[in-house]
Design a protein around this ligand. Structure first.
Ligand code: ZN
Ligand code: FE
Ligand code: ZN
Ligand code: FE
Length: 279
């Protein structure tokens, strides 16, 4: 997998991940990844929750840790400075203010919250019973589009996270997906195939294959991420993500630095060989 990157890696600071940062790095080296990036949860701008994100006072130390490890492993594995930030409408300014002081290589944007309800938080799973699932899905995709349009984010994470616990819509949402793909394309964001869904009740990568196809038809660029919350999850199931991406016609994965796509890597070995001049 030396042609792949994993830009979605958490740390213990978020309060719901295990292991030392160096263990995540060692796992990436073991798996033969080409480069990685840490992307721990940015402190929530609305309230403090030590089980969801680090506190604001920890952010400078998180950045220092990543930069220190970047230096330490410089000759072994490129390590990028990233962060996963929640999209919370009405709090764009506050989010920007938290992000501004640092030289991120990329910012991952996530929708985990629908009007103060953390719909993917196991502690709040009961609230699904009080909701109309179709309605939740529509709200989710609306927020996802707005997150892309906000300009706050470079990569949109797990673009159908709403299915995490296995709740499935009754309504036909193809129109929603289509509009979302158009919005992503127009906004110039990269989107993530996130393998962590395989480890969740839904048992399926984010997004569903049908969504991968629609996004690919709109030529939205891709990265693959594990959303590792434990060292052994780094790069996990990437062969399955590559299979889906290539089946849908995607050939490249994006390399980020300084909040820009600086390189595109062929997504699989076969592609890589084809591109070599004949000897
Ligand atoms: Zn997390
Ligand atoms: Fe998340
Ligand atoms: Zn995430
Ligand atoms: Fe994550």
């Amino acid at each position: 997998m030396h042609y792949l990157t994993d830009y979605h890696i958490h740390t213990r600071r978020c309060g719901h991940a295990a292991g030392e940062m160096e263990e995540y790095i060692e796992a990436a080296i073991q798996r033969g990844l080409r480069e990685i990036g840490f992307s721990d949860h940015l402190p929530l701008v609305t309230h403090r929750d030590p089980e969801l994100t680090m506190g604001e006072e920890e952010l400078p130390r998180y950045v220092e840790d990543v930069l220190r490890l970047q230096d330490k492993y410089r000759s072994v594995l490129p390590i990028k400075l990233g962060v996963e930030a929640d999209f919370i409408p009405g709090y764009e300014e506050q989010t920007l203010r938290l992000l501004e002081p640092y030289d991120w290589d990329y910012v991952i944007g996530s929708v985990h919250i629908i009007s103060e309800w953390e719909f993917d938080d196991p502690r709040r799973i009961g609230e699904w019973d009080d909701r109309d699932v179709d309605d939740v899905y529509r709200c989710y995709f609306d927020l996802l589009r707005r997150s892309a349009e906000s300009g706050l984010f470079d990569i949109i994470a797990h673009p159908d996270l709403v299915k995490k616990f296995g709740h499935r819509p009754q309504a036909d949402l193809r129109e929603e997906i289509e509009r979302t793909a158009e919005t992503f394309r127009k906004a110039g964001v990269t989107v993530e195939i996130n393998t962590s869904g395989l480890r969740k009740p839904v048992g399926e990568m984010y997004p569903a294959y049908s969504i991968v196809e629609v996004l690919q038809q709109h030529a939205v660029p891709w990265v693959i991420g594990s959303d590792a919350h434990r060292p052994e999850e780094v790069g996990q199931d990437f062969n399955r993500a590559v299979a889906w991406a290539t089946q849908a016609g995607c050939r490249e994965t994006m390399v980020f630095a300084g909040r820009r796509v600086v390189n595109r890597l062929p997504l699989n070995e076969a592609e890589k060989r084809k591109q070599r001049p004949p000897s």
